[in-house]
Write a protein that binds this ligand. Structure first.
Ligand code: SAM
Length: 240
């Protein structure tokens, strides 16, 4: 990939209004204040993303979360330029087809392993989804995995203490074991119980609306399975 990404030097310099959420229900429009820097910050803050679909692929989950979480602002992150453009056009088409809907979701082309703290402030995220990430099977490529001790610390920084949730799903059993090992041993994450996962409608969505999840369901009868876990970002004083 062309790694020449543009990115803001600080999250508060990012304008989420124009390119991403121009008709977001929480956006106050006032042309007379458009030049006012504090109005810019307040407007962008009102629509800044709080749910990330990391490595969103073709955007099935990003769109599904938009309707499932109408109070939230969803952002799909994707590194491949053509795939990002596909999702952007898919969202525009859905907005046209369903007036008033899908205004709270968008897509951004970036390398999620490098630039998250440039875009998102401390404790600003409700949920992060990591669905069917690239497995990087070879041991020498394990540092390229999107769940690692270092990146979990970054995710903990971005997620809201006590309530923030990290969702991980894969069809690769060994990779799931890696995810669980890294998250279980991280002091700021605690695994949800089976009951807590059953009570969370987003768990069903990450299985049923991701392109990869759909593939597994289609091929399920041949022993293809999905493995998943959800973690809560603990309070700093709960950490072990
Ligand atoms: N989450 C989708 C799903 O479940 O259907 C897509 C899964 S696909 C196997 C993994 C996606 O992550 C690919 O579209 C890939 O381009 C994207 N990706 C890989 N590394 C990334 C990175 N560092 N930042 C953003 N996206 C990345």
């Amino acid at each position: 990939f062309n790694e020449n990404f543009e990115y803001p030097t600080r999250p508060d310099l990012m304008d989420w209004t124009e390119d991403h959420y121009p008709e977001h229900p929480s956006l106050v429009k006032d042309d007379s204040k458009a030049e006012d820097i504090s109005f810019f910050h307040a407007s962008s803050m009102a629509v800044r993303p709080d749910v990330l679909d990391v490595g969103c692929g073709f955007g099935g989950l990003t769109l599904a979360l938009s309707t499932a979480l109408p109070e939230c602002t969803i952002l799909g992150l994707e590194i491949r330029p053509k795939v990002t453009e596909y999702v952007r056009l898919r969202i525009i088409a859905q907005r046209k087809q369903h007036p008033g809907q899908y205004q709270n979701c968008s897509v951004l082309r970036t390398n999620a392993m490098k630039y998250l703290p440039n875009y998102f402030a401390k404790s600003s995220l409700e949920k992060m989804f990591i669905c069917f990430p690239d497995p990087h099977f070879k041991r020498k490529n394990h540092p390229r995995r999107i769940i690692s001790e270092r990146l979990l610390t970054e995710y903990a920084f971005l997620l809201k203490p006590h309530v923030g949730r990290l969702y991980c799903i894969t069809d690769v059993k060994d990779l799931h074991a890696w995810h669980v090992d890294k998250c279980d041993t991280h002091p700021l994450f605690r695994k949800l119980t089976e009951q807590e996962m059953d009570d969370d409608p987003c768990v069903t969505l990450m299985k049923s609306t991701t392109e990869e999840g759909k593939k597994v369901t289609r091929e399920g009868k041949f022993g293809h399975e999905m493995y998943y876990a959800v973690y809560r970002r603990m309070n700093d004083d709960e950490a072990t």
